[in-house]
Design a protein around this ligand. Structure first.
Ligand code: NDP
Length: 278
């Protein structure tokens, strides 16, 4: 699996695993755990969860999937904006750690901006860093103006990652946010990179590119997301077949012809667009 380096030198796989909507249905539990473990075995060792996913059910599932192999994985979770006061951030993180059954998160994100001042949340992150409960922090769903505000706060430049919606049908971030993040050494983590398994995967242009390489539209979408040096992606797959397919996408290199065809079907942005989020 190809790697990407964070600004602090940490090397991470370009493809990780999302877990939104996992852990909700008892009858799917065994299959979901098997899928996550299959992904880890194929190098997708970064696992993304959040306290709000299934009200903690996703974190509990991830904890079960990584039990006994904590050192092989890079765990990401997120504080909900409503909890993101200084003390609330600490309490939320401690609850996430309990559900995951681990001592420390590798990356802790503010899920999106809410009513608590960013400076408050950052103090919470600082306290968690000092206590060894998180190794680094970042944000999610931050547009350029949010990032500017963040880095103007003391310590704000230590933001490691901005997790954002990015796939061929959502390219607005290419206009300004992705270049901004590249310039500041903040990695971009693409969420919903296969368009949540919806119409994107039935798109004729992605299918045509895929046929040329003998791969699926989902694999084309993933290769598209991680083609830039600063972007990694976290597809969610609750089935081992999808996980195996996704992991293989890390080896797919899109040609200029492929990219031209994707551009024709999904034109890159010609002007600023407000950041889309789910
Ligand atoms: P994805 O784009 O990852 O799509 C997931 C869906 O696509 C599932 O239904 C899955 O099916 C299907 N799928 C996965 N791989 C394939 C494949 N190879 N072929 C066909 N279908 C496939 O959407 P998500 O919204 O889940 O985004 C990924 C992750 O990003 C989330 O799980 C979450 O961790 C994070 N996220 C973060 C957000 C934020 O605000 N920070 C917002 C949204 C997501 P199946 O499960 O049946 O295998």
């Amino acid at each position: 699996m190809r790697n990407l380096r964070l600004a602090d030198g940490t090397s991470l796989p370009v493809l990780g695993q999302g877990t939104w909507m996992m852990g909700d249905a008892p009858r799917r539990r065994d299959e979901e755990i098997a899928a996550l473990r299959a992904g880890i075995e194929r190098g997708m060792t970064l696992l993304d969860t959040a306290e709000i996913y299934g009200d903690g059910a996703s974190e509990t599932l991830v904890g079960e999937a990584v039990a006994g192999r904590r050192d092989e994985v890079f765990l990401v979770s997120k504080v909900a904006p409503s909890n993101a006061s200084r003390q609330g951030t600490i309490a939320a993180c401690e609850a996430s750690l309990r559900r995951l059954g681990v001592e420390r998160l590798d990356l802790y994100l503010l899920h999106w901006r809410g009513r608590h001042p960013l400076a408050e949340t950052l103090r919470g992150f600082d306290d968690l860093l000092a206590a060894g409960k998180i190794a680094r922090w970042g944000v999610s769903n931050f547009d350029v103006d949010d990032m500017e505000e963040l880095v103007a706060i003391e310590g704000g430049e230590r933001c490691a990652v901005n997790q954002i919606l990015y796939h061929p049908g959502e390219r607005g971030v290419e206009f300004d946010l992705l270049p901004w993040l590249e310039g500041k050494g903040v990695a971009a983590m693409a969420y919903s990179p296969v368009g949540q398994g919806g119409t994107l995967l039935r798109d004729p242009a992605l299918a045509a590119v895929g046929r040329r390489h003998g791969v699926s539209p989902a694999q084309v979408a993933l290769a598209f997301a991680v083609r830039r040096a600063n972007v990694f992606a976290i597809p969610k797959a609750g089935t081992t077949a999808h996980v195996i397919e996704n992991a293989a996408a890390a080896d797919l290199v899109l040609t200029p012809q492929d990219l031209a065809e994707i551009d024709a079907a999904f034109p890159p942005p010609a002007r600023k667009r407000p950041l889309s989020m789910l």
